[in-house]
Design a protein around this ligand. Structure first.
Ligand code: NAD
Ligand code: UDX
Length: 494
């Protein structure tokens, strides 16, 4: 260690000591966040970064995840996250598995656990599985003392706060609670920017005092006019509604992309032309191989379930169509690949570039690539997959998961198919080596820098490029000799 780093560390420790020594215990606010995932980690890192007067503890039952947060290899890849964690970790940002201790000693407790689509029982495949949220509420009820503000950060079905309040009403140590809804609107890949400068922060609640306490946290860096306060139910529902409307825009442009391919219109030109209308706006009109991510599908399914629950059949069907269109887009892309490569990909190597559900994240949840790969494997293709941030173990786990049967078992035949027909590569060019076709699944910037000439050298001829993100320079690839299929543009050479 150099003298400079040693001095730096001493100053850091001294400033923490002074802060804690000058503030009698209890004078600075303490926040605990249950769930150290893609939302809990980045969100709390930003709160700690912006609020040096608040001590933030992120807790999780997953020891491996907590160890990773305390290491140089964070479990979540987000541009800018590592720097902020390193600047604040050990000062006012802590990652620990001591859930009970942090519940007991915190003034405000965020619940930021996963709320996946339920895979069993009533509402299977549609409703949100709230068992993790309920477990948190029960844990808080069991160990909390005094007064706590509980903040729902997870995305939840509207009226979940009612359940949380009922569980908390049975607290063991006569603790009292206020429950707030504060849904998170960050998008992965831009999480730190979104948290630093959010379009809005939404806080729903019943107690003005509790609402003000949370407003004061965000007011450290978010302009007051961007902090919206509503009733609990509006806040809970706004999160599902925002995701539904965003996903609907993508399904709308993807539906138009199919029509473009049939009519020789160009989807990028159409998106630009309609997006110039200020009533429509340019964002979220990028045609793609299909939206993925942990939120859109799960939250729309959840909304569909809620609509059915409230007897709103037509409303449920309306939102479900957004999902059906997305499934269609993924299948359509895989089918077009097969059709273009002379109606068979059996035994052919296909390079799959990108596996994450979007660029700048290591997250693969519901990634379109998983479904395209499944369809190509079913056609007996050999896949050579490359993603700059997703590890091999994750890619294999996702493929095994998507092939699992109703009973949750992976058939021996499918296990062998994945084992024998999938290889994971360390670069795009390695994946393309002796491939019959190259498919772009994720819009990673580095793919735009691939040299068409070098790629052409690697692949079998005729050379096929399938651009599921419309990021490549199609003209350059055609000039190089590729046959190029692009979403919403069709086969460009014909
Ligand atoms: P995640 O799976 O990355 O993280 C959830 C964490 O909670 C896991 O580490 C898990 O171990 C932990 N956990 C579960 N039960 C626990 C318990 N009882 N005690 C302690 N820890 C527990 O999930 P995520 O992507 O961070 O999403 C969390 C919530 O935020 C979800 O409701 C999601 O819909 C919502 N959300 C996600 C995003 C996103 O982009 N990922 C954006 C906005 C909102
Ligand atoms: C989404 C919401 O945007 C965010 O506000 C919410 O908090 C969580 O869910 P996220 O899923 O992380 O965020 O990423 P997002 O940027 O919305 O992209 C979701 C999917 O849609 C990705 O697969 C992306 O590639 C795709 N997409 C997005 C398109 O296909 N076209 C677009 O125009 C925009």
């Amino acid at each position: 260690m150099t003298i400079d780093t040693e001095l730096g560390l001493m100053t850091e420790q001294l400033s923490v000591f002074l802060m804690q020594a000058t503030l009698p215990s209890g004078d600075y606010m303490k926040i605990c966040c249950i769930g150290a995932g893609y939302v809990g980690g980045p969100t709390m890192a930003m709160i700690a970064h912006k609020c040096s007067d608040i001590q933030v503890h992120v807790v999780d039952i997953n020891q491996t995840r907590i160890d990773a947060w305390n290491s140089d290899h964070l479990p979540v890849y987000e541009p800018g996250l590592q720097e902020i964690v390193e600047q604040n970790r050990g000062k006012n940002l802590h990652f620990t598995t001591e859930v009970d201790e942090q519940i007991r000693t915190s003034d405000m407790i965020f619940i930021s656990v996963n709320t996946p689509t339920k895979q069993y029982g009533v509402g299977k495949g549609r409703a949100a599985d709230l068992k993790f949220v309920e477990l948190c509420a029960r844990r808080i009820a069991e160990v909390a003392e005094g007064h706590k503000v509980i903040v729902e950060k997870s995305t939840l079905p509207v009226r979940t706060a009612e359940t949380v309040k009922r569980i908390l009403a049975n607290a063991s140590h006569e603790a009292t609670f206020d429950v707030l809804s504060n849904p998170e609107f960050l998008a992965e890949g831009t999480a730190m920017e979104d948290l630093d400068s959010p379009d809005r922060v939404l806080i729903g609640g019943e107690s003005d005092k509790a609402i003000q306490m949370l407003v004061d946290v965000y007011a450290h860096w978010v302009p007051k006019e961007r902090i919206l306060t509503t009733n609990l139910w509006s806040s809970e529902l706004s999160k599902l509604a925002a995701n539904a409307v965003l996903a609907q825009r993508i399904s709308s442009i993807n539906a138009i992309s199919a029509l473009c391919e049939a009519t020789q219109a160009d989807v990028d030109e159409v998106a630009h032309a309609i997006g110039q209308d200020s009533r429509i706006g340019p964002k979220f009109l990028k045609a793609s191989v299909g939206f993925g991510g942990s939120c859109f599908q799960k939250d729309i399914l959840n909304m569909v379930y809620l609509c059915e629950f409230y007897g709103l059949k037509e409303v449920a069907e309306y939102w479900e169509q957004v999902i059906l269109m997305n499934d269609h887009q993924k299948q359509r892309f895989a089918r077009n690949m097969v059709r273009t490569m002379f109606n068979t990909v059996s035994g052919k190597r296909i390079a799959i570039l990108g596996f994450a559900f979007k660029k700048d994240t290591n997250d693969t949840r519901e990634s379109a690539a998983i479904y395209v790969c499944r369809d190509l494997l079913t056609e007996q293709a050999n896949l050579a997959i490359y993603d700059p941030k997703v590890p091999e173990s994750q890619i294999r786990a996702d493929l095994e998961y998507v092939f699992k049967q109703e009973n949750g078992e992976l058939a021996e035949r499918d296990r062998k198919l994945i084992e024998e027909n999938v290889i994971i590569c360390n670069s795009a060019l390695e994946a393309a080596d002796q491939a019959h076709g190259v498919g772009i699944m994720t819009e990673w910037d580095e793919f735009k820098d691939i040299s068409p000439a070098e790629l052409y050298e690697k692949v079998f001829k005729p050379a096929f490029l399938f651009d599921g993100r419309n990021i490549m320079d199609h003209k350059a690839y055609i000039e190089q000799g590729f046959e190029v299929y692009a979403i919403g543009k069709g086969l460009l050479n014909s």
